[in-house]
Ligand binder design. Structure first.
Ligand code: ADP
Ligand code: MG
Length: 321
């Protein structure tokens, strides 16, 4: 019996440890964006397949545009009373709620009704009328989301409210993928979910990964600066990621203010967060982008993450390095 166990352990170690100098990249469309994994590892076909399946599983929890998702179930029913959710969804929403509170609603998971008015990122994007905006503003107060820790339920105090996890979902998926890949013995890999990156380990030559931060306005591949990362995620929110240009030439981007009902209008044109938690980095990159520079610096310090902010006068502010 013991010998059998040993053989089993050895074979699982052989199977799970992987190293190779040859990089392999797998790329598929998921979460409304291009998702890719680059492995420095031999048995990567199977691992990549499991990775994409994991993204699908997470989407079926948090994608509010999938009417069968767990989040859609919450959004359709929580105005009528408490809705029981999985521990996983509850803790993600709880963490996001904490960021809403600390950032005083700059990051706001109750933003969904406003996102649905603007539809930025889709073909139907448009500037809503002032009346339309005024009619949804009362639905955007995250304090009207009631989280019951003991029962793991979510309830909305008003009809028409809905939760949007668009500012956190890719980070959450990146963390889950990093755990999965590490479990499989992957020691060096790059997870890239539409620019939301997670670097596992370090480069095969032992140096840290170097991640370029994209220059706003120019094509992919032009960087205004770089950051180093080892077992860390780098997440950027910018005005140039998803936007539409109105007939009068005004650019409207996809991060919205629940105070004004319009896209946020701060000094930061690109906000990058570097952290071992991609979930946190995703939420905070959105939060800092939506905040004044003073407040963004305070947020980065409070959460003990590294941050790089590009301002509209082209100056670069680094926090926590
Ligand atoms: P992306 O997902 O495009 O990389 P972000 O992580 O910054 O960018 O998230 C933007 C998404 O978050 C929007 O598409 C929308 O779904 C949602 N969102 C918009 N404004 C806010 C906000 N103030 N707080 C939280 N989420 C927001
Ligand atoms: Mg984000």
């Amino acid at each position: 019996m013991k010998r059998l166990l040993l053989v089993f352990l050895l074979s699982s170690i052989l199977f799970y440890s992987c190293s190779s100098n040859e990089a392999r990249t797998y790329q598929e469309l998921r979460m409304d964006t291009v998702c890719s994994f680059t492995f420095y590892c031999d048995n990567s076909d199977e691992i990549a397949r499991e990775g994409f399946a994991l993204i699908d599983k997470i989407s079926s929890m948090i994608d509010r545009f999938d009417e069968k998702s767990e989040l859609s179930h919450v959004n359709s029913n929580a105005s009528g009373g408490p809705v029981k959710v999985s521990d996983e969804l509850f803790s993600l929403i709880k963490q996001a709620y904490g960021v809403c509170e600390y950032t005083d609603g700059a990051f706001n998971i109750a933003i969904a009704p406003l996102v649905d008015l603007w539809k930025i990122g889709s073909d139907e994007a448009r500037r809503p009328s002032d009346e339309e905006i005024e009619s949804v503003l009362p639905l955007l107060d995250y304090r009207n989301i009631i989280l019951d820790d003991a029962q793991k339920t979510i309830e909305f105090r008003m009809d028409g409210m809905a939760i949007d996890l668009g500012g956190a979902g890719k980070g959450y998926a990146a963390d889950a993928l990093a755990s999965l890949f590490r479990e499989k013995g992957v020691e060096s890999a790059i997870i890239n979910l539409g620019g939301n990156v997670y670097m596992i380990g370090q480069r095969t030559d032992g140096k840290p990964w170097t991640v370029g931060l994209q220059s706003p306005g120019s094509g992919r591949g032009e960087y205004y600066t770089t950051v180093e990362a080892i077992d860390e995620s780098v997440v950027t929110s910018g005005a140039y990621e998803r936007y539409f240009i109105d007939s009068d030439g005004t650019l409207y981007h996809h991060i919205l203010s629940s105070r004004t009902g319009y896209p946020t209008d701060g000094d930061i044109v690109s906000s990058s967060i570097i952290s071992s938690s991609s979930t946190l980095a995703d939420m905070l990159s959105t939060a800092c982008f939506a905040s004044s520079l003073d407040k963004a610096e305070e947020i980065a310090e409070h959460y003990a993450v590294k941050a790089v902010f590009l301002l509209d006068d082209q100056s670069i502010i680094r926090v926590g390095f």
